[in-house]
Design a protein around this ligand. Structure first.
Ligand code: OSB
Ligand code: MG
Length: 363
């Protein structure tokens, strides 16, 4: 049985990045049920295509129209068995990831195994930092002080043109030692090379996605001109993208979001390509609810996730989560949720108040 919902969760604080402001988190949630077991996953696409091209409406169309009617009733021995359902369709990796990840979750639970074990994970806690939205310097400093006191392992600041060098100078004056990164979410171009080069003086661990969402080539020029590592997020959809980027020297770090790249199989392949190049990866986030957060934590147990990820405490984002398990970091460490699969169980009392069931398919 497959149940597809659309969930609408208010964010405690609006999240501002260079492409816009989010006040709510709206996402498709897929629940698969078989033999009394429940597997689940959420989509990371937004209602409008402001981060990448996909939208929640487009995802619903693909899942309802072409994928889920064929999925129910199928015998699935391993997650690889759903390839024939997903491979015919171009792109739409975020929509495909919803199905792929829910199948992984169901599969793991059917064997009573935690996801991380099936993925080849190597730890029971993962290092995490925070991603701070665009805000004035004094507010940014207050948020950094709070996150540092809580033990988060690095601070990532969202930047955009005109809200960059002065911000960084102000932050470094107050916090000379913290591990600091920035994320431009594609706001710069090659004409901004001189601004980007000035970021070398701030001791950043990396600069995330300065150029266009679909660019790899020009990032190579930026990387060649900077001492600071470039980290690619939006530009990396596949293991092939990762290989090309690393062969070209377009990045020295990669952000893997399992929901962006089409699911666990592709996320692992990207992880392995980066490992082969000696390039570290870290696990990004998309303001997910506890369901996506739990999946992210399991992924981040893999050995080449050697930089702190973005999976900070769920309570930083939501008044109440849709899962029963609190996902809270302690001293910058997020424990892998216990139990089989991703370890999350849905809080249906609350979920029903923040979601609508779009459609249900029975075998
Ligand atoms: O680029 O990593 C990004 C949130 C929304 C869209 C894009 C990004 C982000 C984040 C938030 O940085 C990470 C998180 O806290 O989940
Ligand atoms: Mg990013």
């Amino acid at each position: 049985m497959a149940e597809l919902r659309m969930v609408h969760l208010p964010l405690l604080t609006p999240f501002v990045i260079s492409t816009g402001t989010m006040t709510h988190k709206t996402f498709p949630l897929l629940v698969l049920r078989a033999d009394g077991i429940e597997g689940m996953a959420e989509g990371v696409m937004d209602p409008l295509p402001d981060y990448l091209e996909e939208t929640t409406a487009g995802a619903l169309d693909l899942l309802r129209g072409a994928v889920l009617p064929k999925l129910v009733g199928q015998k699935i021995a391993t997650p690889a068995d759903i390839a024939p359902l997903l491979d015919p369709w171009r792109g739409n990796r975020m929509a495909k990831a919803v199905v792929e990840m829910a199948v992984w979750d169901l599969w793991a639970r059917s064997m009573d195994q935690p996801l991380c074990r099936l993925l080849g994970g190597a730890r029971d806690r993962v290092e995490v930092g925070v991603s701070l939205g665009i805000a004035p310097l004094d507010e940014t400093c207050n948020r950094i002080a709070e996150a540092s006191e809580q033990g988060y392992r690095r601070i990532k600041l969202k930047i955009r043109q005109g809200h960059d060098l002065d911000l960084l100078a102000g932050v470094r004056a107050r916090f000379p030692e913290i591990k600091l990164t920035v994320d431009a979410n594609t706001d710069y171009g090659l004409t901004d090379l001189s601004t980007l080069r000035k970021m070398d003086r701030f001791g950043l661990d990396y600069i995330e996605q300065p150029l266009a969402f679909d660019d790899i080539l020009d990032h190579g020029q930026v990387q060649a001109a900077l001492e600071t590592a470039i980290c690619l997020d939006e530009s990396i959809r596949t293991a092939k993208d990762a290989r090309i980027a690393l062969q070209m020297g377009a990045a020295r770090v990669i952000n893997i979001k399992v929901g962006r790249v089409g699911g666990f199989a592709e996320a692992r392949s990207i992880h392995d390509v980066c490992a082969a190049f000696g390039v570290p990866v870290w696990c990004g986030g998309m303001l997910e609810s506890g369901v996506g957060r739990a999946h992210n934590i399991h992924l981040a147990t893999m050995p080449n996730f050697t930089k702190p990820g973005d999976t900070s405490s769920a309570s930083r984002y939501f008044e109440r989560d849709i899962i029963n398990e609190p996902l809270e970091a302690v001293d910058g460490l997020m424990a892998v949720p216990e139990g089989a699969g991703c370890g999350a169980t849905l809080d249906y009392d609350y979920l029903d108040t923040v979601s609508e069931v779009i459609e249900v398919w029975r075998a």
